[in-house]
Unconditional design. Structure first.
Length: 306
C-alpha cells in the first residue's frame, strides 16, 4: 500500500500531470490551468488534539498562480478504498490551508481538494461523501445549523472513454489502465507516448503487481521506451529470453523444451490476457503462427503440459 501511494504521488507531482488532472476533472479538458503557473506547496500541516500535536500530510498540493497573484491552492488525495471519514480528512487539510492564509496578511484564495478513487470493484457510493453522512444530527432543528462539507470524489476506473481521451499527460495511461481492468480484468497497452516513463511503469507495477513492469524499467535501455505497447513487446521478449537461457543451463534438450514452453505460454498469455489475435501475439514475439503451431506439436510429443 505504501509503495502504491508513493508512486501515485511521484507521478501526480509533475506540473504537466497535475495540471492535466485538474483541467479534465474540473474544466472538462480545457487548458485552463497551465503547468508553468503551478508552484510548489507544502503538504504537511499540524493540529492539536487534546494535549498532543499531530501532523497531517496531503498527498499532492500546488499553488495556482498568475504572475504575482495567487488564484488558489489545489490538492489531490488518492484513495484505493472507500473511506467513510474522507470529509473529515478533507476538512482538516483545507482548514489548515485557510488557517495559513490568516497568517499571510490580506491574501485570500480558495482551497480545492480533489479525491481520486482508484477502486475497481465497487463504486464509492453516495454515502461517505459529506460531513452530513458522517456526523448526523439528533433533530432537524440542529441540522439546519450544521455546515455540510462535501468531498469532491472522482472515480477514475468509472470514467467514460470520452473523458479518458481528454487527458493529455501520462495520466491518460493510468486512467485507461484502471478503466480497462474494471471493465475487462485485463489490460491492452495503448500506443500513447510516455513522458515520465519510469514513474508510469513504477506506478502500474505497484497497483498491478505485474513484475514485467519492473523487468522493463530496471534495464537502462528500457528507460528510453516511450510507448506502452513497445514496453509490453520488450518485457515479453526478455521474459522469453530468460526462460530459454534458464532451460539451456539444464541441458540442450531440456533447454529447447523449456524455451518452447515459454514461447507457447507467452503467445497464449497475450491471446488470453491482452486480447491479442494469434497472428499479433506471434508477431510481438518476432515469430510466426507456423512456428507457434510447430512448438505446440513438439511439446505435445514430448508430453509437456503447457
Amino acid at each position: 500500500m505504501a509503495e502504491k501511494d508513493i508512486t501515485e504521488k511521484l507521478l501526480e507531482d509533475y506540473p504537466d500531470v497535475f495540471a492535466d488532472i485538474v483541467n479534465v476533472l474540473i474544466y472538462n479538458g480545457k487548458d485552463t490551468v497551465k503547468a508553468d503557473d503551478l508552484e510548489m506547496c507544502g503538504t504537511l500541516s499540524q493540529y492539536k488534539a487534546a494535549t498532543s500535536i499531530h501532523g497531517q500530510d496531503r498527498d499532492v498540493a500546488k499553488y495556482w498562480t498568475k504572475g504575482q497573484v495567487r488564484i488558489g491552492l489545489l490538492g489531490l488525495e488518492n484513495q484505493s478504498s472507500r473511506d467513510p471519514d474522507i470529509a473529515l480528512r478533507v476538512i482538516g487539510y483545507d482548514g489548515a490551508a485557510y488557517r495559513d492564509e490568516l497568517k499571510q496578511g490580506d491574501t485570500r484564495y480558495p482551497v480545492v481538494t480533489l479525491v481520486l478513487y482508484f477502486g475497481t470493484d465497487h463504486h464509492w457510493g453516495q454515502k461517505s461523501r459529506s460531513l452530513y453522512s458522517v456526523v448526523g444530527a439528533p433533530d432537524e432543528e440542529l441540522r439546519r445549523y450544521i455546515n455540510d462539507y462535501k468531498a469532491n470524489i472522482f472515480e477514475i476506473a468509472w470514467l467514460d472513454d470520452e473523458t479518458v481521451a481528454k487527458f493529455k499527460s501520462d495520466f491518460r495511461i493510468v486512467a485507461d489502465y484502471f478503466v480497462q481492468m474494471r471493465k475487462n480484468h485485463k489490460y491492452i497497452p495503448s500506443v500513447q507516448e510516455m513522458k515520465h516513463v519510469e514513474d508510469v511503469l513504477n506506478l502500474l507495477s505497484a497497483v498491478s503487481g505485474d513484475q514485467r513492469f519492473q523487468i522493463s524499467q530496471n534495464e537502462p535501455e528500457e528507460r528510453k521506451i516511450s510507448k506502452m505497447e513497445d514496453w509490453l513487446t520488450k518485457a515479453l521478449d526478455k521474459a522469453t529470453e530468460k526462460g530459454i537461457e534458464k532451460g539451456i543451463e539444464k541441458g540442450i534438450e531440456k533447454g529447447m523444451q523449456t524455451g518452447l514452453e515459454k514461447f507457447v505460454k507467452c503467445v497464449e498469455s497475450l491471446m488470453k490476457n491482452e486480447g491479442y489475435s494469434k497472428e499479433r501475439a506471434c508477431k510481438v514475439l518476432d515469430s510466426t503462427v507456423d512456428e507457434y503451431e510447430k512448438a505446440k506439436k513438439l511439446l505435445a510429443e514430448a508430453a509437456i503440459v503447457v
